[in-house]
Design a protein around this ligand. Sequence first.
Ligand code: ADP
Ligand code: MG
Length: 426
Amino acid sequence: MNYNKKSVRDIDLAGKKVLLRCDFNVPLKAGVITSDKRIVAAVPTIKYLLEQGCAVIACSHLGKPEPSFDKWAKKQAEKGKAPEELTEAKWRKSLEALCMEPVAKRLSELLGKPVILAGDINVVNDDVKAKAAALKPGEIMLLQNTRFNKGETKNDPEFAKELASLADVYVSDAFGAVHRAHASTAGVAAYLPAVSGFLIEKELGVMGKALANPDRPFVAILGGAKVSDKLNVISNLLEKVDTLIIGGGMAYTFMAAKGYTVGTSLLDTDKLDYCKDMMAKAEEKGVKLLLPVDTVVAASFPDPIDGPVAVETVASEAIPADKMGLDIGEKTREIFAKAVMEAKTVVWNGPMGVFENPTLAAGTIAVARALAESDCISIVGGGDSAAACEQLGFADKITHISTGGGASLEFLEGKELPGVACLLDK
Ligand code: ADP
Ligand code: MG
């Protein structure tokens, strides 16, 4: 896949109307934004566009609204909701909870200027078109949640055309959504010149280079709990890396494939053959595959997650049948850290243990510290890995923390990202 795409720097934007796809999919609790990180991250591209004299029409999805009443009612019924609860009014309420008002308000505070909210439930209608047409250079408006329109997730060309009709240029800066072929993330680019904003430009620059032409040794570290999702990236990574490190909840399926007993640890029994194939592939490609040699185990998963837990460290081939592996052991930490210190490029996705618990955080801390102390190009993807780096205070020593969990994983898998493929080549 070609990662060499035009950005806002590469075209003349002076005085243009710009449709800007952002990732404003922020966490909300009772209508209040609990983290504005994604809105803050969008500000540099927005400011740049406004300074160029653009009129900016921003849009984003927010959560997972169900735009069809019938489908909503069916899903609620499946969840066991009583028929009298399945009213149109309740459905509308579920949509209202995902309106863009709180985003418009926060964005306006961050920009220090008004953000006009085009609040139509269909996202685009005549009124919204009139508002967009009247928008002046240096002004910004925000469309309603793109997923309120049934055409969004279907990548319906009619909806894409409606969106495109509002503007002269399409700018995409929603890296967290580029792995989805939706109307506002990809479809719209068929009708407008399309370039990236600064966030996607950086993602492509750093991760694209790491995958296409890495400084070596190139080390990838995989961990975390989304085992089935993440196992799929291994095959592609084995084509690129010199060393592949597997820790966290990912490691036990490999250990089981080697014939070890893994007790009650996370295990994807459907993927045992795949793991065997991957071990064979690593050998064939001359890639060093590092698995934990020792493991921190406990009687069960801590509950609450950060509550007290009694642990012991055992050799990975000797996990007792009634114990659960929850972090990498001390010897493993040293081996993994050494591999990181010797690397020139490191990609890390997924914590090495249940880092939310102080007793089970040492493995993740060891890897994060090695990444921070090494002078390698370090790339962290995945929401929890990024949170771990931030909580541990290492974030500013990492070259790049990717803003898109799922998207960065598909990037590593070597899949074509529809929201990137649709942008103009350089
Ligand atoms: P990311 O968000 O970085 O992509 P994941 O969502 O895949 O990572 O996994 C993060 C979660 O994995 C964390 O909540 C952590 O507690 C959990 N985890 C790590 N190691 C283990 C383990 N050995 N057993 C169970 N859960 C684990
Ligand atoms: Mg996660």
